[in-house]
Design a protein around this ligand. Sequence first.
Ligand SMILES: *Cc1c(COP(=O)(O)O)cnc(C)c1O
Length: 230
Amino acid sequence: MQSGVIDNYQNVLKRVKTACAAAGRRENEVTVLPVIKYAKNEDVLTLLNFLGSGAAAAESRLQDAQKRWELPQFKVLRQKVNLHYIGALQSNKIAKIVSFFDFIDSVPDIETARRIDVAASKPVKCMLQVKLTDRVTQSGVKPEDAPALISEIKNLKNINLCGLMAIAPQTEDEKILRPLFKTVKQLWDKEFGAQKEKYLSLGMSGDLETAVEEGSTLPRVGSAIFGEKQ
Ligand SMILES: *Cc1c(COP(=O)(O)O)cnc(C)c1O
């Protein structure tokens, strides 16, 4: 990709700004979560050094993440970055994921939540993944089953449940997207509204504006910042 990651990132912020204006939201309610899974190390370093302390970034593969964050230039940044895990949670990798990441955004069910609870020695910030498609390959809880699961997870000592994450179907059709985002937003208001630290992670590069208009506080943006997978 020719244009720089900083320019791309600024452009994403502009899109967020426009969406906030359209929906009458304040821009500071929304934080862009850069998804670095397919990004070149050089580009990730450029962005993270630009963002400075308190920057966030998301990975979706444990092994790739471990390799990357072992590199000296990444190691010195690690304490300054809130690292989110947004990938699949195979049971044999959970202990490592718990010790490596600051947030686990993709908790799909009670079994996984229990494994995280057992593996952790102090409360881990987690989000529940809500399933918005019928695809068997997509994990997560159906919106109608979420309240029961949320109250179960909130009883686990080593999980600090602080929001919801959802991946929308791959479509630009707003008639499909909006009602799905609205469903998750309503659920989030009801279940997390009274909580101080809370996140609603909706939207990716393709559906960013719609997600922000519908209330997302933490859209996850990969390709719009770093380009398509090489
Ligand atoms: C890769 C990924 C993203 C980023 O997708 P883009 O379309 O590249 O912005 C967001 N969320 C999850 C869960 C992902 O795996």
